[in-house]
Design a protein around this ligand. Sequence first.
Ligand SMILES: Nc1nc2c(ncn2[C@@H]2O[C@H](COP(=O)(O)OP(=O)(O)OP(=O)(O)O)[C@@H](O)[C@H]2O)c(=O)[nH]1
Length: 197
Amino acid sequence: MAATPSMSPHQQLDAIILAGGEGRRVGGRDKGLLDWQGKPLIAWVIECIAPQVKQVYISANRNIEAYAAFGYAVHTDQSNDFRGPLAGIAACAAHCSSDWVLVVPCDCPALPNELAEKLLATAVSESLEASYAVDEARAHFLCAVFQKQALEGLKTRLQGDDLSVKGWLKTLRCKPTAFAGMKDAFLNLNTLESKRR
Ligand SMILES: Nc1nc2c(ncn2[C@@H]2O[C@H](COP(=O)(O)OP(=O)(O)OP(=O)(O)O)[C@@H](O)[C@H]2O)c(=O)[nH]1
């Protein structure tokens, strides 16, 4: 079904939560399962994102059973060499059935409740293939919605050298969505130091 602004986001969107990284900055630990304020980081993300979408998919490469215990499908990357977030998106996208896909990392535990709605509104109203979040401080290329069809190009992209998310977004019809004054919502706990603060 084609997305229209009148449909609520959860009717037309699946979500991929990326938790398949090496976590070098957290001593090689599995970041999504690290405790933050009494819960694993990914539990905060699931709690915020699940009500915003039709289906959640978790991208993980270790501790698969622990991730599956959250009650959503878990998919591993096609290769086991940690090729980066694009590999996780590609692996989960193959299972998504909605026309649009929200992508978020597992280490942003305070994401906005209106993340999906606002990103999708930009993408649909401007006929884009993707839209990513920006706050007053910076862009968040991994907090983004994509047309499912646009994710098919990832198979080819993964065979090349540039596996940066930013580089790939440049190849798509893509614009940012502003989350003005919401810097705290994009808190990114990707180091042990940031988790302690
Ligand atoms: N599926 C999958 N996800 C990844 C991979 N690399 C990073 N991610 C995810 O992409 C998001 C951003 O990753 P980074 O923080 O840049 O990388 P990281 O491996 O988690 O951590 P560092 O090794 O410290 O950079 C996180 O949610 C990661 O779980 C990968 O190879 N496969």
